[in-house]
Structures are given as C-alpha cells and as structure tokens.
Design a protein around this ligand. Structure first.
Ligand code: ADP
Length: 330
C-alpha cells in the first residue's frame, strides 16, 4: 500500500550535471516526491564503464548527490543514496543477466553507438551488460514508475521484458513490471552546438550547459547556440532544431507553454530568445550552486544523508532480493 514507488538515477561521469539532466529528469524527480515513494540514486557502478580515475569518481559521486539536493531532492521525503553502497544491485544484475539473451542485449542502440565510438579495444563487457544492471537497479525496489528522459526508453523496455520473463519463469509476483514516466516536453534536450545530437555530459562538451558552470559562461554558451538561417521563432524540431531546443528549454524553465512563447516572440529575433533563455538559466544556476556548494563544503552532512539513504535502500532491496533468490532456487 501507500504511495507508488519510483526509482531514477544518474551517472557520476562528470563534475557537473547538465541542463538536459535537469529538464529531462530532475524537474520530474522533484515534482514527484510528494505523491510517490521515491528513490534517487547516484549510479557509480555504471560510471565504471568509462574507466574513471578512482579519486575523481569518488569526488564526482559526491558532486552528483549535492546537485540532486540543490535541485530540490529532499532527503526527508525521498531516499537519496549511492548505488555501490547497496551490494544487492550487483547481485540482482547477475541473476537478471542469466535471463537476458545475447541477441537481446546486442540490440541496445546506446551500446551500438558507444561501442562504435570506443572501438573493440575500448569496449568492455561492462558496457555491454550496462542495461542489465540498470534493470536490476529498477527491479530491486519493486519500482512502479521510472521517470527518465527519452534516451532511456529502450533500456526501460528491457527492464520490463526481464520482469515479465522472471514472472513467467519463476511465478507471478517475482518482479514488479515498471512503467516509464517520460515527459511530453523536455524529454530530449539537444546539444547547443549540434542540435542533431542530445546534450550529454561528455567531458569538454561545449554544447552543454552544466549546472555548476559559472553562470556568465553558461549565458555565453546559450548566446552562442547554433540556430538555422531563417529569422522566424517557431517550434519546428524537423526544420528548426536549434530554435525548437531553445524554446523547449525556456518553456520548461519558465513554466510557459511553447505556443505562448511562439506568440510572444512573433516578429522578434533569435537574439531576443537567447537573451531571455540565458537569463532564465542564470536564475536557475545561481541559487542551485549556492546550495550545492553548501553540501560540498560540509562533507560530513552529505555523508550522513547518503548513509541514511543507503540504509533504507538496503532494507528494501534485501527483501526483494531474498524473494527473487528463493524463487530461483538459491
Ligand atoms: P548523460 O547521458 O548526460 O550521461 P545519464 O545517462 O546519467 O546522462 O542520464 C541521467 C538522466 O538524464 C536520465 O534520466 C536521462 O534520460 C536524462 N537525460 C540525459 N541526457 C538528456 C537530455 N539531453 N535531455 C533530456 N534528458 C536527458
């Protein structure tokens, strides 16, 4: 009984999250935490797929957690924790891996893209089984709903397939089948320099607006965004992907429907839209960075929050894992 369970997570693969993470996921996380029993996780095991330097990984894990808090995740209402603090994630991943077809895993487009970029030498088994670990993250908490951006839809579909397969092999009620929760607007924020690709937190990406960027630099990045040759400010992702992207961001950040923005910018120039978006971003970043820095300057408090979160997550996860192990004959 009680509130429906939700689980969502981000990888600590950069010092800072970006505006795509914020708009596509974090805004939903914050909005859902009263109506749902929410678990928000920093998935450091997933970040191992990029082979990070250990000290850097540890630092980025803390920074990611601090940004969740700064964005409005409230540890009094939601469970905030680090994936590697709860060993049950790894164990369930093995159990699910033994239920996942090789062909099925080979069809994941994110794996195909990333392995193509990294080449055979740079592609690990961990990168290949990443979606199985993600399924474990979700199924470990009997999650009902997963708020994510559009890019995670296929991975979520795998988690659903695995849950259904577990139920048919080991009996109803072995796993809860999760539903995706993907927003209609803002589920896919594009790169500012290359609006054909999604904004992502790869190092040194100039087309991203990072939440911990100097607000002046963030404003400059937005003003330098690539737009098309026309002049009209219209929401048309097919022919005007850059402008559509700017409109989407401004719409979410100011809670104004895109149609209202289109009307307001009739007869105005791209520069006007960029100036207003830059201002909205500075207004978001300034207070957010203040709170993030408070947590980063007080590591003991941050550790306390994360330890309390891990305790609760472990309790829930251990119960689910016991049930699944038992059904599987372990
Ligand atoms: P990244 O791809 O930047 O490394 P993650 O894989 O850690 O981000 O994803 C964290 C969350 O942010 C997921 O819910 C994902 O769907 C969402 N997300 C990532 N990039 C974007 C984007 N460009 N637009 C909207 N949501 C995004």
């Amino acid at each position: 009984g009680g509130r429906p369970r939700i689980f969502s997570a981000m990888q600590p693969t950069n010092d800072s999250l970006h505006l795509g993470n914020y708009i596509g996921a974090l805004t939903q996380w914050v909005a859902l935490q009263d109506s749902h029993d929410a678990l928000y996780c920093v998935v450091d095991l997933h970040a191992l797929t990029v082979n990070p330097d250990p000290a850097r990984l540890r630092d980025r894990t803390r920074r990611t957690a601090a940004q969740y808090l700064a964005a409005g995740v409230d540890p009094a209402r939601s469970t905030l924790f680090v994936q590697s603090h709860v060993h049950e994630h790894s164990e369930l991943a093995w159990l699910l891996g033994c239920q996942t077809g090789f062909g099925e895993a080979s069809r994941m487009t994110q794996f195909k893209d990333k392995s193509a970029k990294r080449g055979a030498e740079g592609t690990t088994v961990g990168l290949f089984t990443y979606p199985v670990l993600m399924a474990a993250d979700i199924l470990l908490y009997d999650t009902a709903l997963v708020p994510v951006g559009e890019d995670q839809r296929q991975h979520l579909e795998l988690a659903r397939d695995l849950a259904e397969r577990m139920n048919s092999r080991f009996g109803d009620g072995t796993c809860v089948v999760p539903e995706p929760h993907i927003m209609a607007a803002g589920a896919r924020i594009q790169d500012l320099q290359d609006p054909a690709r999604k904004m992502s937190k790869e190092d040194g990406n100039k087309g991203a607006v990072f939440l911990l960027d100097d607000p002046k630099r963030a404003a400059k990045n937005i003003k330098a965004a690539v737009t098309d040759d026309g002049t009209e400010i219209r929401y048309d992702p097919a022919t005007k992907p850059g402008v559509a992207n700017l409109l989407t961001m401004l719409s979410v950040l100011t809670s104004t429907p895109v149609a209202d923005l289109e009307r307001a910018y009739e007869g105005k120039m791209y520069g006007h839209l960029k100036v207003d978006l830059a201002e909205a971003v500075v207004e978001l970043l300034t207070p957010l960075q203040r709170v993030a820095n408070e947590y980063l300057d007080d590591p003991a408090e941050l550790d306390r929050v994360l330890a309390a979160g891990a305790d609760r997550a472990r309790e829930l996860g251990a119960a689910t894992l016991d049930r699944i192990r038992d059904r599987m004959g372990l």
